[in-house]
Design a protein around this ligand. Structure first.
Ligand code: MN
Length: 331
């Protein structure tokens, strides 16, 4: 561990030392960081010889299911009569509402603690360690486990790697720090299977996703001198690939993977007749949130969405025309 200034983990460590049982909570719509961090923390706490239960209100995504212990997450509703925990720990949960229905577990715990890396966290637990400069919550968990005297096993390393890699855009986002790379060195020394873990999260796709992508790419069209890209799928495309809506999740991003492209819309017919879902993306500083908002949707500057009542062709034309207007504003 190369950090010279340790994080203020004392109150969290004290809460852990005095607890005989733990409940660990991941945030809603769980991502690699909240799942990987909880699973690493679980294995460390098990080394201390005390029972650990995991909770998340939503299903763990399929691409994270290979992480050790991922099958053990419980729904907050599946709590046994009279079940209690000494310490409930929130991991990567930026505020109480991010627990969703798991927030009801707070009152079943004798004490609460958290580790998090969202600077806006209001310190809603009794013991808090929030470091907004940490690349991923996993780096705080790693320091916590080391200071508790736990061994970073290859299985723990795999969880911490997946958490840090996914929250940093494979070590490319501005939140990527030297500490993240130092930590990776420590994790590599455990001998964990880096290539295998990377393949699980970034390469292995459901065949239906690839088939759908192929169909969507057949509709690839350029607008506004190649600065706007559109992609679309019909109900028939979905049915012939036997695909679910979740299999379309990353298609819109492919539209941005070309030089000169600044905005992309991916439009998909839903099972409701005449209803089209649109995903919008932009390359900074271009922004699509106002476009989504104009159609009653919403989101972030570079990732937004909306639902339109028209044909898929009409939806693409409508969104592209507002995208053009956005780009023309700056010209
Ligand atoms: Mn995170």
């Amino acid at each position: 561990m190369r950090r010279t200034n340790p994080r203020p983990l004392e109150s969290v460590m004290e809460a852990i030392r005095t607890a005989k049982s733990f409940a660990l909570v991941s945030h809603v719509n769980p991502d690699g960081d909240t799942v990987g961090s909880v699973l690493a923390l679980r294995q460390g706490l098990l080394q201390l010889g005390r029972p650990v239960t995991l909770f998340c209100q939503d299903k763990i995504p399929d691409d994270l299911a290979f992480l050790p212990g991922a099958e053990g997450f419980r729904l907050p509703e599946n709590i046994a009569e009279g079940e209690q925990f000494d310490l409930l720990m929130c991991v990567d949960v930026s505020d109480e509402s991010r627990m969703g229905r798991c927030a009801s577990l707070m009152k079943l715990a004798k004490h609460t603690a958290q580790v998090d890396h969202h600077g806006t966290n209001p310190n809603f637990c009794e013991a808090n360690c929030v470091d907004g400069t940490a690349t991923a919550c996993a780096l705080i968990v790693k320091e916590l486990l080391e200071r508790l005297g736990c061994t970073i096993t290859p299985e723990i390393a795999k969880c911490l790697y997946v958490a840090t890699c996914t929250d940093s855009g494979q070590f490319s986002f501005p939140n990527t720090t030297a500490e993240a790379f130092d930590a990776m060195g420590d994790l590599m020394r455990t001998g964990f299977d880096l290539s295998g873990a990377h393949r699980k999260i970034y390469r292995e796709r459901d065949p239906r996703q690839i088939k759908l992508l192929g169909r969507a790419l057949n509709t690839l069209a350029f607008h506004h001198n190649g600065q706007i890209v559109s992609l679309q799928l019909t109900k028939e495309d979905m049915q012939s690939c036997n695909a679910l809506p979740e299999h379309t999740d990353t298609i819109v991003n492919v539209g941005l993977d070309m030089a000169g492209v600044r905005m992309c819309v991916f439009a998909r017919e839903t099972s409701v007749p005449g209803t089209v879902k649109c995903s919008l993306r932009a390359v900074e500083p271009a922004a699509v949130d106002k476009v989504a908002l104009a159609f009653g949707g919403g989101g972030h500057a570079q990732a937004a969405g909306c639902t339109l009542q028209m044909t898929v062709e009409e939806a693409v034309a409508a969104v592209v025309s507002l995208m053009e207007a956005e780009l023309e504003k700056e010209e």
